[in-house]
Design a protein around this ligand. Sequence first.
Ligand code: IPE
Ligand code: IPE
Ligand code: MG
Length: 258
Amino acid sequence: MALVDVSRIPKHVAIIMDGNGRWAQARSKPRTAGHERGADAVRATMRAARRLGIPALTLYAFSEQNWDRPEAEINALVDLLCECLVTERNELLDNEIRLSAIGRLHKLPKHAQSRLRALSAETEACEGMTLTLALSYGGREELIDAARALASAARDGEIEPDEIDEAAIDRFLPSMDLGPVDLLIRTGGEQRISNFLLWGSAYAELYFTDELWPDFDAISLYSAVRDYQGRERRFGLVPGVDEDATVRKGPHKLERAI
Ligand code: IPE
Ligand code: IPE
Ligand code: MG
């Protein structure tokens, strides 16, 4: 942690938590054992992110495509989610962490939806960090939903087609509520996006590690953040432009201290 520059902390870190199955397989355990250990890694990462002062952490917990996995694994993942929404309540409240979720949440079983809603409501006033769980989430699906909503708004005369610009699309994407992704981490050795935050990751710094998700911890997060801090973000501009100018001309024209 000593080597992390606290003045250049990424505002939005997103993680593709991959490798639970392989972690379990390497130990001759069922895949679900990997998911269980993965939940411990979530807790450790959440705490570390909060300690670093990262304002937004988005975790890819279950993809839209993961519904095609064996039913027993899906059920185990949903049960684990429900259990964590109970066991982590105090962890969130004590650390001032607000819970949020993105994805086609209506596809989750009703009891999971209501637990998610309840804990999100309970932590709504927490301002230390926002933890967003991407559940039944797909980047393409999110864009499809936004396109449908925009088309309806245009049909109803609420927006003119030529008013549809970057900012308008941002407004229709729940994943953009916390701004674009600064640092996108993927564990498990694969170097792909797997339908995660497609729009918001347009200028994200990508960090791939071979570490399997259940082994990821605070030190792993610090390493990723340190690596990020060594990158030059240019947003299509030329090197050597002063950082403030890069920030002003960045794709989202936000006041961003990178
Ligand atoms: C990530 O680990 C967790 C989910 C996708 C739910 P995997 O279950 O994909 O683990 P591997 O990639 O098979 O090792
Ligand atoms: C991405 O991992 C989804 C989550 C981490 C929730 P997958 O294991 O599902 O992705 P692929 O199959 O390697 O692309
Ligand atoms: Mg995987």
